[in-house]
Design a protein around this ligand. Structure first.
Ligand code: HEC
Length: 111
């Protein structure tokens, strides 16, 4: 029985089972972004009130301080960094952990 399970696990891993798992994580992340209200002003591909998340990711590509800086922008709010004069409101109730997950996800949105 045990050996069978081990075999199954390695077969599943070899057959790309881990990508199913990754897809679950992607869904969980967009649920989290939705639940945090980000999609009322942002979309991944289009500018709405705020910049497209793909544009954010492109702008900060290669910036090693991007995660920390964007966590600040989302937590404290932001205005004037993008062309519009509309401000992003502060999100003081998000935990550091959640901010980091959200911002890391935003930075992973490549065109
Ligand atoms: C009420 C509208 C609104 C909501 C809600 C909102 N944003 Fe924004 N967001 C904006 C605007 C407007 C900007 C551009 C701000 C600027 O020009 O500095 C922006 C900018 C950003 C940036 C780039 C900041 C920078 O420093 O360049 C990130 C990252 C971001 N938003 C992520 C998020 C996340 C994650 C959420 C959800 C927790 C969220 N936003 C919710 C309107 C919003």
């Amino acid at each position: 029985m045990k050996i069978h399970h081990l075999l199954c696990a390695s077969l599943l891993a070899a057959s790309g089972f881990s990508s199913v798992h990754a897809a679950d994580e992607v869904t969980a992340m967009s649920d989290m972004v939705r639940a945090s209200g980000c999609f009322s002003c942002h979309s991944v591909t289009e500018k709405i009130v705020g910049p497209a998340f793909q544009s954010v990711s492109a702008k900060y590509a290669g910036d090693k301080d991007a995660v920390a800086n964007l966590m600040q922008s989302v937590r404290n709010g932001s205005v004037g960094k993008w062309s519009s004069r509309v401000a992003m409101p502060a999100h003081p109730s998000l935990s550091n952990d959640d901010l980091k997950k959200l911002v890391t996800w935003v930075l992973a949105q490549k065109p």
